[in-house]
Write a protein that binds this ligand. Sequence first.
Ligand SMILES: *Cc1c(COP(=O)(O)O)cnc(C)c1O
Length: 502
Amino acid sequence: MARIQSSKIDETYMTKEQAETGNLQTLLSEVGSGLDQFLKFEHPDALHPNSTWRETLDIALPEKGVGIDTVTQELLSEVIPNGSPVANPGFTAFITTGAVSASSIASTAAGIASPHRYLGTAFNFLEELSLNWLAEMLGIKNLRGVYSSGGSVANLVALGGARQFAFEKVGHDVAANGVDRPVSIYASAECHHTIQRSAGVLGIGRRAVKAVACDSEGRMQVEALRGLIEEDKKNGALALAIVANAGSTNTGAIDPLLKIGEIAREHEIWYHVDGAYGLPGILDDRISHLYEGLELADSVIVDPHKWLGAAGGIGATFVRDRNLLERAFTQEAADYLEGSVDLPKDTAAVIEHSLDDFGIPYFNYGVELTAPCRGVVVWAMIREIGVEGMRERIKSHNDIARYIFDFASAHANLEVFSEPRLSICCFRYTAAGISDLNHFNQVLYRRLVRENKYMPSTTRIDGQLVLRPCYIGARQEQTQADGLLDAVLRIGETLRKRCPTH
Ligand SMILES: *Cc1c(COP(=O)(O)O)cnc(C)c1O
């Protein structure tokens, strides 16, 4: 502090110094109170034209800084209140949700105390511990994991493993030399499109993904799968992977995992299960039998930033043997990296300090080198409420979907589609005399979203436009379902009166 001797204090310097040395308590507490306020959802964001805050924020590149206090104030007045409706308990459109507090505090802590995941720190340790907890909790204890930014990358990493496996069997180092022959991936027609994108990125080509037909509930038809595999055997394409859903994004359908796994075993094809959304459903003992066969999977993914309640940015891939991932994704040695932990030969056995060791080399098991510590977030979320708390939360969400199903099944002006397996329930408004139900429900949907209280998405089931609420948020309760149903019935009624024949 010797520098501050003159009576005239350099303001910019002071604010900078405050920020860099010990002012976090005040800053985080100020931001925290703004966030608590945000979580009351009293701000009319969707009714609030973007132009009001854009004008304030849309400024030219600043030559001079304003200091941390002004930044904090702008965060509080312009940015946080105009944040995303995703955290609102009435928001059920995407399979992402408001982060639980354990996620928020843990990721803040990680951002400061371990800004990346390598080196043998406590954070690196929790990376592995939490992956193992996840695996045990979700019925895949036989697998080892690696975190990435979300389901998109988690699928890419899993299919990178599949690609390595299939090509090693025919004696070709695909990671070094590239894809040299036609291959096929057999994926449920309901699979997430990140499967096709992964195939594109991995040099396999999007067209290599063959869609396996599904039944009326969105589950893969195993006979159709058999047919496609046999056909390819005749054509000589290399079978790379079978991809099944443990909870489809559209409706939460769970494929017949055991039957598909047996086919994969029979043909020695890599078996990938995409549980980005639905894997935690295994915690609900009323439906856990639907996950039978998961133990046959060669790779499984789950997104802690979906049903488990983390903020966006955490997916996990699990495989039997991470060495396979290392062969698929290795970053060749780099002197500056290795040099940072190289111990002299005579002390090499002594690992005492975080700088003596990289810890587990996650950077070789995927596509990221510098990456945030995500394990501490998963650790915090599980540590807070335990498996028991997670189980209760998952069951309560499944209950909400069933509640909508029961209510809508019994109501003359509502129509349901298949019975929910997980926490999604698709339904729509209906009444005699509405000639175009798709158009009617589309108009109803826009009205609903503009009211800014209950915000499901829509999807199509057999060409029919339906409302699709998905409940995964820790702050969601049955009252949200009641509110949504009331709003749909009220808006439907109004629209019918306004234009009775449609
Ligand atoms: C959400 C989802 C993905 C993609 O995950 P992101 O985290 O959004 O990248 C992949 N598969 C399924 C089944 C999903 O629901």
